[in-house]
Design a protein around this ligand. Structure first.
Ligand SMILES: [Zn+2]
Length: 276
């Protein structure tokens, strides 16, 4: 089971790297495996040499690195991507595809990706939001308030689980947190969105806030590949109530957690606490 880093993991990576990278000047950009660079971005990557990192941001599950010359590098880690600080002297392994080295620093930022689904996309900062990768993303779930959330729910159809995974509805939630959110809200993942009563819609919004904030506080969930920028594992896997706990007892009622497929995605829930 490999897990794509979701909002809490990417937020943790960004917060961690921000402490190290802001203000550093790029000495070299080394591309080892060109297919990870999208849109023939080589010439733009070259322009980063001599520039400072002035910002690190997250949008959905993507990392955005802002540079002093008005360029931004969008990075998607996908299934197995990692952004890690490594000593320059440490020889890179065969899964390192790109590295940013910094002037007067012994560490460099390496992009590593075993499965090679991740990508690096350099763009003009002003155009970042308009790239196909970002343009269609829904709002940030921790920035949308209840009235705006309820408005976005209006007219939606389909199953609750699919709605939460839909990056155009809200950005950044994946399989782990969708299951945990629906458990906390007491909602069946198969329930039809359009039939949700107002009170339960409110519960859904609250659960989104609570689960994502707690997961960020615990620095994300590590199942296999995810590490923060310093190589440390997250701690939220100890807090998971249903995800990956098929056959274990529900912490609230003791019923066995079930695993089913909803719209093709493996889904964990308590058949007693989560009713349609
Ligand atoms: Zn239960």
């Amino acid at each position: 089971m490999r897990k794509m880093p979701e909002l809490p993991e990417v937020e943790t990576i960004v917060r961690c790297l921000r402490r190290h990278l802001i203000g550093l000047e790029v000495e070299a950009v080394r591309v080892v495996f060109w297919p990870v660079v999208r849109n023939r971005g080589g010439p733009l990557l070259k322009k980063l040499v001599g520039q400072q990192i002035i910002g690190l941001r997250r949008r959905g599950k993507m990392v955005l690195l802002d540079f002093s010359n008005g360029l931004t590098v969008i990075i998607h880690l996908k299934m197995t991507g990692q952004l890690l600080l490594h000593p320059k002297a440490l020889p890179p392994d065969k899964h390192m595809h790109l590295a940013f080295a910094f002037r007067a620093r012994d560490e460099e930022l390496r992009f590593r990706d075993v499965r090679k689904f991740g990508f690096i996309l350099p763009v003009q900062t002003g155009e970042a939001e308009q790239t196909p990768e970002l343009r269609r993303l829904g709002p940030e779930p921790l920035e949308i308030d209840l009235p705006a959330f309820l408005e976005r729910l209006g007219g939606r159809r389909g199953r609750l689980k699919s709605l939460l995974l839909n990056q155009r509805f809200i950005a950044g939630v994946g399989n782990i947190y969708a299951d945990e959110i629906l458990y906390l809200a007491g909602l069946d993942p198969r329930a039809e969105v359009s039939r949700l009563r107002r009170r339960r819609q409110g519960k859904l919004w609250s659960a989104v806030q609570e689960v994502l904030n707690e997961a960020i506080a615990f620095k994300g969930t590590t199942i296999r590949d995810y590490r923060d920028g310093e190589g440390l594992e997250g701690l939220f896997q100890t807090r998971l109530k249903v995800y990956g706990r098929e056959g274990e007892s529900c912490p609230r009622c003791g019923t066995s957690i079930r695993r089913i497929r909803v719209s093709g995605r493996s889904t964990h829930f308590c058949p007693c606490c989560q009713r349609r």
